[in-house]
Design a protein around this ligand. Structure first.
Ligand code: C5P
Length: 239
């Protein structure tokens, strides 16, 4: 494969090779999907908003000692990131009960959790991304016990940092999903994106949802909510 060729296309992003074998170009798309791809739409402007929001979060985490794949934004829709082999796990951290946790443990949406809950899901569309524990992860050889421990520790640190940043902006961090990869030296690196597509954000004053739940639940004003998040983060054009 040559520089410029598409390496991978996902539901929300495309990845392209660059001249540097250790660097890939990520292009955010305007497409929105939910419920394992069953619900789809094109939301004009979402790609740019997520590129810009993800840039701010990854830069902030890097500035606060969380190594991650992010290098720099290069256009409204694109950023350069370190090339990693993505681990087939989604790491979810929850501060407040919402989404699938309501059904799993029977608590109602909005119930505060006494301490953050960390969950691992196996990234497999055909299986519907099932919840897995450490033994499943070992059985499937998805990550070593040490990598699982590291992912948990980093995810909890990310939670503390993001919660603090967002609280200052009157945003409650309800929950979020992270993905990790292994770089060329086999080192664990926080990767993928951090945006309203992958987090739940509630306005601290009104409880209004400012994330992908607006799309999942047909609440309308999806792009406007993402724009609100970017505005509060002090988002500025980076090109
Ligand atoms: O749907 P659920 O309640 O399990 O989602 C928990 C968190 O993980 C939410 O912030 C959701 O946006 C995120 N998530 C994600 N990608 C998935 C599943 C969940 O970004 N495939």
């Amino acid at each position: 494969m040559k520089a410029g060729e598409m390496l991978y296309e996902g539901k929300a992003k495309q990845l392209f090779l660059t001249e540097d074998p250790n660097v890939v170009r990520v292009k955010y798309k305007d497409s929105a999907t939910a419920f394992n791809g069953e619900k789809r739409a094109t939301l004009e402007g979402k790609g740019e908003l997520n590129n810009r929001i993800s840039t701010i979060f990854f830069q902030y985490l890097k500035d606060n000692g969380i190594r991650n794949h992010f290098i720099e934004p290069i256009s409204p829709l694109e950023q350069l990131v370190r090339k990693v082999e993505i681990i087939s796990l989604e790491v979810v951290v929850r501060n407040i009960v919402a989404g699938t946790l309501c059904k799993r443990i029977g608590l109602s949406e909005g119930t505060a959790l006494p301490r953050p809950v960390v969950e691992f899901y196996y990234k497999d569309d055909a299986l519907g991304d099932p919840l897995v524990n450490r033994d499943h992860i070992s059985a499937l050889n998805l990550a070593t016990p040490d990598q699982v421990a590291q992912m948990r520790e980093i995810a909890l640190k990310v939670n503390e940092l993001l919660k603090k940043l967002l609280a200052e902006l009157q945003i409650i961090l309800v929950d979020f999903k992270l993905e990790f990869g292994l770089d060329g030296e086999g080192k664990l690196l926080l990767a993928d994106e951090i945006s309203p597509d992958t987090c739940r954000f509630w306005d601290a004053g009104t409880g209004e949802k400012l994330d992908k739940d607006r799309f999942r639940r047909d609440l309308g004003q999806v792009v406007e909510a993402y724009q609100d998040i970017l505005n509060r983060l002090g988002g500025k054009k980076h090109v």
